[in-house]
Ligand binder design. Structure first.
Ligand code: MUC
Ligand code: MG
Length: 367
């Protein structure tokens, strides 16, 4: 059970088409594979997706902080000392996906060692999640066509629509076209990635008042402190805090300050150990929690579904678990399958997944 080595391997897998949103765009999965080795020969895995426009991390930075700072803090601990690992890593500010990938790889190794699935170790509430698909910026007809393809191919009927463009009508037209196409069958919500001002957000929400939106996420920046409270106070659609609330303290601040009424949990940035804290906090505050997508590959998605299915609160709503479908390939030996709108937790000990060594050799970029 003793950790003897931590590896950080950069890789790059192109997307079939870029995902565009108000704070940035992604053309390739330039992520970092983290492997935690134990003295029993167990290898736990997880992936860190750098999102410089959201958290300031880069692929090279993730590799460097793991190799130069975190590895030495982790090697020598046992898989049961996850709180020690957490407290040591949190002495370093930032670097959320680097810390999270190490945390989740430790959990994977623990599950493999015990012969138990991590999802069951965390909570074991259910074995599958309803899937929500995130639609990036495009013309309305193209976004409707993509949503329709997701429904007809995978049975997905919940869509998170990226908004935050100017003029606001570019986005409200998309949401209206989706509602007209799907009628009451689809669940729709919007995510602005801080692209609008509070006044623009309020105008957009008024324009979409008849479209039965489930949630509105990060329409304007949390730094617009009073503006965001003013916005949230006047809308009846629950407001999800995503990138503004990545730690329990930030969630508390956003919710108690009246700047959000629900929270997004992303295992890519809070791993399993801190996601548990956010989940328990959300339960205590009596708010909804939606499983978000940090534009994860299949390994990251396996982590997200593992956590999501562990609890009632996180499995109540559809989770954002499908954006790996836009990648040209992946690292997993056995691809994840979305069927009838659901993704099952991979069965087997740990995360229940294995890395294909040939694919890793093909896509790793560290020579
Ligand atoms: C999301 O929910 O915002 C886009 C940027 C990012 O950091 O995550 C994605 C999805
Ligand atoms: Mg978001």
């Amino acid at each position: 059970m003793k950790i003897v080595r931590v590896e950080a391997i950069p890789f790059s897998i192109p997307y079939l088409k870029p995902l565009k949103f108000a704070s940035g765009e992604v053309h390739a999965a330039e992520h970092v594979l983290v492997r935690v080795h134990t003295d029993d020969g167990i290898v736990g895995v997880a992936e860190a997706p750098p999102r410089p426009f959201t958290y300031g991390e880069t692929q090279q930075g993730i590799v460097a902080v793991i190799e130069n700072v975190f590895a030495a803090q982790i090697v020598g601990l046992t898989l049961l000392q996850r709180e020690v690992a957490h407290q040591r890593m949190r002495r370093t500010i930032g670097n959320p996906t680097a810390k999270s990938a190490i945390d989740m790889a430790i959990w994977d190794a623990l599950g493999q060692t015990l012969g138990q699935s991590v999802s069951n170790l965390l909570g074991g509430y259910t074995d599958r999640m309803r899937v929500s698909h995130m639609l990036g910026f495009e013309e309305p007809q193209k976004m409707v066509a993509e949503a329709e393809r997701m429904r007809s191919t995978y049975g997905i009927t919940t869509f998170k629509v990226k908004v935050g463009r100017h003029p606001v009508s570019l986005d409200t037209a998309v949401v209206r076209a989706l509602r007209e196409h799907f009628g009451a069958e689809a669940e729709l919500y919007v995510d602005g990635n801080r692209g609008w001002s509070p006044a623009e957000s309020a105008a957009a929400m008024r324009e979409m008042a008849d479209l039965a939106l489930l949630f509105a996420e990060e329409l304007c920046p949390a730094d617009d402190v009073l503006g965001r409270r003013w916005l949230v106070a006047q809308t009846t659609v629950p407001s999800i805090a995503d990138e503004s609330a990545t730690t329990p303290a930030e969630v508390t601040r956003e919710i108690l300050g009246g700047s959000a009424t629900a929270v997004s949990i992303k295992t890519a940035r809070t791993g399993f150990t801190v996601s548990q804290r956010v989940h328990h906090l959300a339960e205590g505050l009596g708010i909804e929690a939606v499983i978000g997508n940090q534009i994860d590959g299949q390994l990251g998605t396996a982590c997200a579904v593992t956590f999501a299915a562990a609890y009632q609160l996180t499995s109540r709503r559809a989770g954002e678990l499908s954006n790996f479908l836009d990648m040209s390939d992946d690292l997993l030996a056995e691809p994840l399958q979305i069927r009838d709108g659901h993704l099952r937790v991979p069965s087997g000990p740990g995360l229940g997944v294995a890395i294909d060594p040939d694919k890793l050799a093909r896509y790793r970029t560290d020579g």
